[in-house]
Write a protein that binds this ligand. Structure first.
Ligand code: MLT
Length: 302
């Protein structure tokens, strides 16, 4: 569906509710996704949040510099059995952004997730799934808000902090994107994210998400990632069931490193997703969803 048409339809949302019930079928995935989006106000502005389904809450935290759409292969699938929440973090997708010189730390992102949950009346432990930067945020969430967690899934991420070289690259990224726009990052990042046989259509979709992020949001999150703390020492203190997922060809968070991370977490499982790189939920949704479903079932039975 064309962007202009989606925008034109938004004001009609409430009058369309009865119609939605009829058209919620796999033939109309774009409709259901569009109509599950909410704009909510929290203390630092408006956030766009996908909220669909009933049951235990399952919160998806996107990677950098993407938005909730990176979970497009999970949203409808899991909202059949769970209440699926997938926000666009500050500065990304349809959420408000920040000033050009801002820093968005993993703590700010994790606190904003709590605010989003409370605004949605979810003052209960939830299942949390974070990819890459989403995993860094999840590490912080576990440090500050452990009582709010039912289980955790770390996808294509790491517990270590940045080296000095990576930190300096992040500050360079911030400068370049502010000067040249978000699209300048799309080509550079895109090529590192995928397995060799991942279709170009997935690359294109990811590039669109990068372009949709505001330059200030990208810059602020880059600076925030550079400041993030190493949470490797905390892994052994995790007290909830945890799944660690790595794409077979992930060169940013290699499977061997993720397996070592999993081995430090007491109640954990590690799974490698075949034919996938850093974007395993998008590249091989069939295997990713099967692994997530099996894990959640185990957590529910425990
Ligand atoms: C991500 O996918 O969120 C990024 O690769 C995180 C990073 O740059 O470390």
């Amino acid at each position: 569906m064309k962007k202009q048409m989606k925008e034109a339809l938004l004001p009609l949302k409430s009058s369309l509710i009865p119609l939605i019930m009829e058209i919620q079928s796999p033939k109309y995935p774009e409709w259901t996704t569009l109509l599950s989006l909410k704009k909510i106000s929290i203390s630092h502005g408006v956030r766009q949040v996908y909220d669909q389904g009933d049951g235990q809450a399952l919160l998806f935290i996107h990677g950098f510099p993407l938005n909730h759409r990176m979970w497009c292969e999970q949203l409808e699938e899991f909202s059949r059995d769970y209440r699926v929440i997938a926000p666009d973090l500050c500065g990304f997708g349809g959420s408000d952004s920040v000033s050009d010189d801002a820093v968005l730390t993993m703590k700010q992102f994790s606190d904003e997730l709590v605010e989003i949950l409370l605004t949605l009346d979810l003052d209960i432990p939830v299942h949390l799934v974070g990819l890459s930067m989403g995993g860094y945020i999840l590490g912080q969430f576990q440090k500050d808000h452990a009582m709010r967690i039912a289980s955790m899934v770390f996808c294509d991420t790491k517990s270590t902090a940045d080296t000095e070289e990576v930190k300096s690259n992040r500050h360079k990224t911030a400068r370049v994107v502010l000067e040249a726009g978000s699209s300048s990052l799309a080509e550079v990042m895109g090529s590192k994210l995928f397995a060799p046989n991942t279709p170009a259509s997935i690359f294109d979709e990811v590039k669109t998400m990068i372009v949709d992020a505001s330059p200030a949001g990208i810059a602020a999150a880059s600076r925030g990632m550079a400041e993030r703390e190493d949470f490797t020492d905390q892994l052994q203190t995790f007290r909830v069931p945890t799944l660690v997922v790595a794409g077979e060809y992930d060169s940013i968070s290699p499977p061997a490193e993720m397996q070592t991370m999993a081995e430090k977490i007491p109640d954990s499982e590690f799974i490698e997703i075949a034919n996938a790189g850093h974007m395993s939920p998008l590249e091989n949704p069939q295997d990713f969803n099967a692994a997530l479903r099996a894990f959640l079932r185990r957590v529910e039975l425990a």
